[in-house]
Design a binder for this molecule. Structure first.
Ligand code: COA
Length: 260
């Protein structure tokens, strides 16, 4: 599918999706959200893609938020639909993908931008990155999962303060509070994400998918993460990857996982 707002490139087991509206600081309009949904879906269904990196084009921004010009005159019902459609198409969709998603935050990650980065399985950031959920400064609240994922990642008190003040934190503070896992220079950011991706790719993609399901389950209403872990753990014993992984260990060689 040809894209107008994003770029998607796959090689050596890695798909890199780049939001490409630099003149609008990569703000997420509805067309971009639909394209992102399609690109993530295609990458997840592609057996050759083992890891997905999501980043923004240009030096200034990962994503500066949902596109304010698009929703400024929405009604209550339209506002609710904006949030629920966005969560279903992109934010929950990404969080629950079987393929690991790394957000490479290369500048501003604000509002929906930080929410997209938080929907990814983990984050790395450039040292010039600035992160925040400024929605209350616009008279609205985060609607793409930010009120849930920020407290999960950095704790309730810190999330309350960030959301109430509409303030931004820098990369070092984000690292200190666990919002991002690593920081590096802008120039080295994608290289760092790729290095981590290559470590992930050595392992069983089937087991990684099971781990994502088990980890996410603990954050789902009405689910017991420990029970999910037990069933996912059990399922692994029926996979070709498990056979290969254990056999390779016993034969003192590196596993060549079939991904099944
Ligand atoms: N939605 C729509 N357009 C946006 C946008 C957003 N969230 N964020 C930036 N843009 C646009 C600007 O309107 C501007 O477009 P223009 O050149 O056609 O006027 C362009 O991107 C560049 O942004 P600008 O504000 O000129 O850059 P800056 O360096 O002065 O400021 C920010 C950068 C990130 C501080 C500022 O753009 C900003 O506050 N953006 C909104 C952040 C926000 O509230 N996000 C949450 C939305 S729910």
């Amino acid at each position: 599918m040809p894209y107008n707002n994003i770029l998607s490139e796959s090689q050596n087991g890695l798909t890199t999706i780049t939001i490409n509206r630099p003149s609008k600081l990569n703000a997420l309009n509805s067309a971009t959200i639909k394209e992102l949904h399609q690109a993530f879906k295609d990458a997840d269904e592609d057996k050759n893609t083992k890891v997905i990196i999501i980043t923004g084009s240009g030096k200034k921004a990962f994503v500066a938020g949902a596109d304010i010009s698009e929703f400024a005159d929405y009604s209550v019902a339209e506002g609710e639909k904006l949030a629920s459609d966005g969560q279903a198409l992109l934010f929950d969709f990404v969080a629950n993908l079987s393929t690991p998603v790394i957000a490479a935050i290369n500048g501003f990650a604000l509002g929906g931008g930080l929410e997209l980065a938080m929907a990814a399985h983990f984050r790395v950031a450039s040292d010039n990155a600035k992160m925040g959920l400024p929605e209350v400064s616009l008279g609205v609240i985060p609607g793409y999962g930010g009120t849930q994922r920020l407290p999960q990642l950095i704790g309730k008190g810190r999330a309350m303060e960030m959301i109430m003040t509409a303030g931004m934190i820098d990369a070092q503070k984000a690292l200190d509070c666990g919002l991002v896992n690593h920081i590096t220079t802008s120039e080295e950011l994608i290289g760092l994400a790729e290095k981590i991706a290559s470590k992930i790719m050595r392992n069983s993609s089937v087991a990684i998918a099971a781990a994502i399901t088990a980890i996410n389950s603990g954050y789902e209403d009405g689910e017991n993460g420990y029970d999910t872990e037990v069933s996912q753990f059990g399922n692994c014993f029926g996979t070709a990857d498990f056979k290969e992984g254990t056999t390779a260990f016993l034969e003192k060689r590196r596993a060549a996982f079939p991904g099944e």
